[in-house]
Design a binder for this molecule. Structure first.
Ligand SMILES: Cc1cc2nc3c(=O)[nH]c(=O)nc-3n(C[C@H](O)[C@H](O)[C@H](O)COP(=O)(O)OP(=O)(O)OC[C@H]3O[C@@H](n4cnc5c(N)ncnc54)[C@H](O)[C@@H]3O)c2cc1C
Length: 630
């Protein structure tokens, strides 16, 4: 039995971190949008770690915010602890991380969705994607509802044919015992989509009342708060913070695991899916890093509403009895009461090389996708892709230019380019080391890099856009002023330099030159800078960084110029690689499969050598000349 409803412009499948961003983007760009999800009670659910952000992931959240996405605002409302990580290192790796009240996070995002114009919510399982002549026509739910539409954004996360594994038992449910999606994979295979089977895992949750915190190191949030969203100020989001706790595994823990490793589904073969290398289970850590006598364990509150504590660093799928011994061997957890067992989850996702950099499927027009479904791992990676997939579905329907962020503009650009260009056979997790231009792609300047693009897309207001233009101008003017303000080697200056353990001046210099000294900063030279006007903290931060790291920044900008040269060499859609003489077979096969949009993207495909790129460049010149003569 089926029933056809009224048509929508866009249907988003799944209200996880990706689906929420995709649906909000489409609805805010005035498209009639429907979001269909298995359960209205698990919108923006955090089935694993109770935090948003962290190294490189904090960068993604700030970029989502600068483009007009929701995640940054949502965590600023629902965080219970906030911390800037890596502050002892350079600004490129400074990363904000906030512990979230999980239920509050989900409830708050649901409220946003339910009060967004042009957005309709439906609880149902999407079982089929209806395609005609290579174009999206509609979706069909398991209960028979047919929703005609012009575009679909698939954001099914870890639910497709999900299987949760606890030692030698398993059941076909989604995370936290939620219903799995057991029909859609077959429909996707039927329309020619190549699927992968991935896995990830989560640790146990322990009752706070059974933990001895006196045996752990308390981890506090920062007193000086920095919001994720550029629309917020520290005062606006200030609230009382909770603590996290640090403890460690020990030899006893490792012995318990080693003694039962044959019962681990990872090693018994009961788990087939491929797991994330950079988010290993405790079993994997003990086996692969056998020389380590302890591993860090972070005890993190799941929220203010519950006593459940997340045991970060000990995700596992070992049998229940082993889990009980293993967790109770950790200092402070001797009497631990496990509220939820640790488990691993296998699920279906796609080979993302089937996607264009716009996150549209190459084979099916109007079908887009984002999130864990694309082979990534993490709330932040999911939200970033959901936003871009939603934006590009909207741009397509509005007849506007699609948006592809390149690797020199954003971590989001690195994330998507890596997924659609480089083969990944495990869940892809973002890391700062993946971003070759990371000194330019800092979390502190995401607004300066991307707000304009968010404004051009239509997700950023005029007022916010103007605010960023003003900030940009203030930064430029202040840097120019500091670099052109001369000061003499007078007594006052020398006294300040001595106070700051900085070498005295032999002759006059500029304020900019002083700030470049590692031991000095914009703040420290305040007393000798007579014409200084009051500026906001975020402007001062930019002034400091741009003056102090000017040399490195200039060098990276030069590298970006080189990068853009190849990125700018667009490859015609109809180029027939089989006709390119002296191109190696492997390169031909890869180029035909991936259909890169530029020579730059082609150069990043594994199996395409620099020699192949030279051949391609020559052939493209001839191709262009021939085309212009015709
Ligand atoms: C057990 C577990 C452990 C994890 N461990 C880690 C980790 O260690 N590190 C890490 O970075 N990330 C981890 N994650 C991943 C993290 O949760 C995801 O990255 C993130 O939630 C992905 O967001 P998403 O929007 O892509 O999908 P999800 O958050 O999974 O949301 C998908 C949504 O789609 C809905 N849906 C699915 N199929 C259908 C359908 N056919 N019809 C209608 N609705 C549908 C679901 O109900 C759900 O609401 C873990 C996840 C789980 C479950």
């Amino acid at each position: 039995m089926s029933y056809t409803y009224e048509a929508y412009d866009v249907v988003v499948v799944g209200a996880g971190h990706a689906g929420c961003e995709a649906a909000l983007a489409c609805a805010r760009l005035s498209l009639n949008t429907l979001i269909v999800t298995i359960s209205m009670d698990s919108i923006a659910l955090m089935p694993c770690n109770p935090n948003i952000g962290g190294t490189s992931k904090g960068h993604l959240v700030r970029e989502i915010d600068a483009l007009g996405g929701e995640m940054g605002k949502n965590i600023d409302k629902t965080y219970i602890q906030s911390k800037m990580l890596n502050i002892s290192k350079g600004p490129a790796v400074h990363s904000l991380r906030a512990q979230a009240d999980k239920q509050d996070y989900s409830r708050t995002m649901r409220k946003i969705l339910e009060n967004t114009p042009n957005l309709t919510l439906k609880q149902a399982e999407v079982a089929e994607i209806i395609v005609e002549e290579g174009k999206i026509k509609a979706i069909k739910t398991f209960s028979g509802g047919i929703y005609p539409c012009k575009a679909v954004v698939l954001c099914t996360g870890t639910y497709l044919n999900a299987r949760c594994v606890y030692g030698d038992v398993s059941n076909y449910t989604g995370p936290n015992g939620l219903q799995a999606a057991t029909h859609l994979t077959d429909s996707l295979k039927a329309i020619g989509i190549e699927m992968y089977r991935f896995k990830t895992g989560t640790p146990a949750r322990i009752d706070k009342r059974s933990i001895d915190f006196s045996k752990m190191e308390e981890q506090f949030g920062d007193e000086e708060l920095i919001p994720f969203s550029f629309t917020n100020t520290a005062d606006k989001i200030k609230k009382e913070q909770v603590s996290c706790w640090l403890t460690y595994t020990n030899e006893k823990t490792h012995d318990i695991i080693r003694a039962n490793i044959d019962r681990s589904p990872l090693y018994s073969g009961n788990i087939k899916g491929t797991g994330p290398r950079y988010c290993p289970s405790i079993e994997d850590k003990v086996v692969k890093f056998a020389d380590k006598d302890r591993h860090q364990v972070f005890i993190e509150p799941e929220g203010n509403y519950t006593n459940e504590m997340y045991v970060g660093g000990m995700s596992s799928s070992l049998p229940e009895d082993v889990q009980h011994q293993m967790y109770r061997s950790v200092a402070g957890l001797e009497n631990a009461k496990i509220v939820r067992n640790a488990y691993a989850i296998e699920y279906d996702c796609i080979n993302p090389m089937q996607l264009k950099p716009t996150l549209e499927f190459k084979k099916i027009e109007g079908l887009f996708s984002g999130g864990q479904f694309n082979g990534s791992s993490g709330y932040e990676e999911a939200a970033a892709q959901g936003l871009m997939a939603g934006v590009n579905a909207a741009m397509k329907l509005l007849g506007k230019e699609q948006v592809v962020l390149n690797r020199s503009e954003a971590y989001i650009g690195v994330l998507i380019d890596d997924l659609v260009t480089k083969e990944t056979h495990e869940p892809y997790r973002m890391m700062t080391s993946r971003a070759e231009y990371r000194l330019l792609l800092r979390q502190d300047n995401a607004d300066l890099r991307l707000t304009k693009i968010g404004y051009q897309i239509g997700l950023i207001s005029e007022e916010r856009y103007q605010r960023v233009l003003t900030k940009e101008k203030q930064i430029e003017e202040e840097i120019t002023r500091l670099n052109s303000t001369l000061i003499g080697a007078n007594q006052e200056v020398q006294a300040l330099l001595e106070e700051c353990n900085s070498n005295s001046l032999k002759t006059g210099t500029t304020l900019g030159e002083l700030i470049r000294r590692p031991e000095l900063s914009y703040e420290l030279i305040k007393s000798i800078d007579k014409n200084r006007k009051p500026l906001t903290k975020d402007v001062i931060e930019q002034v400091n960084i741009n003056i102090k790291y000017e040399g490195y920044i200039q060098r990276q900008l030069k590298q970006v110029e080189q990068f853009k040269k190849l990125e700018g060499k667009v490859i015609p859609k109809d180029l027939d690689y089989t006709k390119v003489p002296s191109l190696r077979i492997e390169a031909k096969q890869k180029l035909v499969q991936i259909k890169p949009i530029s020579v730059g993207q082609a150069s990043r495909i594994s199996g395409v050598s620099p020699a192949d790129i030279s051949v391609l460049l020559i052939y493209l010149e001839q191709y262009k000349r021939k085309a212009s003569n015709e």
